[in-house]
Design a protein around this ligand. Structure first.
Ligand code: F6R
Ligand code: MG
Ligand code: MG
Length: 366
């Protein structure tokens, strides 16, 4: 039984102007390297894109998840792209490559990874999401809605192939632990965790009826550095749709609501997640607001047919206007919470230094 693996591996290895847009020369270099790998039959297919300053390698192959050759290929592509980024003096050249040499698995080396392996159905639509200026927990709300909220996904109520619900794998990225929970039975307990988006993140989802994989999210750097909050990692996700999974329209529907996510400006502010066409995946205003793109593919004998740029749709115009209004409202708070993140979640902070300086001036309140 031949199975297809989709590996989405992403890294920020340099951008213009500032932390803005991955330079086309980087995408071209990655394409060249993945094209060679396709000719050598390591890859079945690939598609290279970017969301803001992050370069995303979308790859299909037959080698399964966590395959050393595939991870090494992605690492090599990012290293070669970094060389160009350095020549062009791009901003943050090689910033997400945290190791000097590849050591078997790209996880924990900086890039984000979402993968899934499955036996193709007669027709297999898949949506790849990529975000910039946010963190993996940004997917908690929309992915929960896709797979557990009947007000979003009509199929949970009226399609018998979804009616038994889905099983969630949740990572506690602080304690480096995981837990499996099922919906709808454990919905309230699940939400008690998922609301804490910087700690509990959805990693994978399966259909309960037959344990078929449904979704996979990148969480890598966060879960690796257990016990220490290491900041935001712009995440990617793979979601299967139709015929026993949420319909494509149910998969993209949650993003019509631009919910607040952490990660805007200096990884230290909350802002609305704006769904955009890929051409608008360029966060400018105050380095944001955070963006998400949705690339729809059909998987055909491990080939990627597509993409359809799913948020390039006038039906999302109102969501973008709403996101702009929310962005305006949040910005007016300047350095105050809840626009600025709580002190323990900020990527940059001078607070310890300020407190140290004031140490001798703090007096007891009588
Ligand atoms: C947010 C982000 C940017 C940078 C900001 C400051 O995730 O990437 O908002 O944090 O542009 O960048 P530096 O410190 O490199 O000047
Ligand atoms: Mg950057
Ligand atoms: Mg980024």
């Amino acid at each position: 039984m031949v199975k297809t693996t989709i590996s989405v591996i992403k890294a920020d290895v340099g951008s213009i102007a500032g932390h803005g847009l991955a330079h086309p020369a980087l995408l071209k270099k990655c394409e060249e390297i993945l094209e060679n790998a396709k000719e050598e039959e390591l890859l079945m297919d690939y598609y290279v894109t970017n969301c803001g300053d992050d370069t995303e390698l979308i790859m299909t192959h037959r080698n399964g998840e966590e395959n050393e050759d595939i991870h090494k290929l992605a690492w090599h592509a990012f290293i070669e792209a970094t060389k160009i980024a350095k020549e062009l003096k791009l901003y943050g050249a090689g910033q997400d490559l945290l190791a000097d040499t590849f050591s078997g698995n790209i996880k924990g080396m900086g890039p984000g990874v979402a993968e899934m392996e499955f036996k193709e159905r007669p027709s297999d639509p898949v949506v790849i999401f990529a975000c910039d200026k946010t963190e993996p927990g940004a997917f908690n709300l929309p992915i929960y809605k896709m797979f557990a909220d009947p007000f979003n996904t009509a199929g949970l109520v009226i399609d018998s192939s979804l009616h038994n619900g889905f099983k969630f794998e949740i990572f506690d990225v602080m304690e480096h632990k995981k837990v499996f929970m099922s919906c709808p039975d454990e919905m309230y307990d699940l939400l008690a965790l998922l609301g804490t988006t910087n700690r509990y993140v959805i990693k994978r989802i399966w259909r309960r009826d037959d344990n078929e994989i449904a979704a996979s999210v990148s969480t890598e750097r966060l879960n690796l550095m257990a016990g220490k909050y290491v900041g935001k990692d712009d995440p990617v996700a793979i979601v299967r749709s139709q015929s026993g999974f949420p319909a494509a329209g149910e998969v993209v529907e949650p993003f019509a609501f631009p919910h607040l996510v952490g990660g805007w400006m200096r990884g230290s502010h909350n802002g609305p997640l704006m769904p955009v066409a890929q051409k608008n995946a360029y966060p400018v205003r105050f380095d944001g607001p955070p963006r998400v793109i949705a690339m729809g593919f059909q998987i055909a004998d491990s080939k990627l047919i597509g993409p359809a740029d799913m948020f390039d749709d006038p039906a999302y115009d109102r969501s973008r206007v709403l996101a702009s209004e929310i962005a305006e409202y949040m910005r007016r708070h300047g350095p105050f919470e809840p626009h600025r993140l709580p002190a323990d979640e900020m990527e940059y902070t001078t607070l310890p230094g300020v407190l140290e300086k004031l140490q001798d001036r703090f007096e007891d309140i009588d």
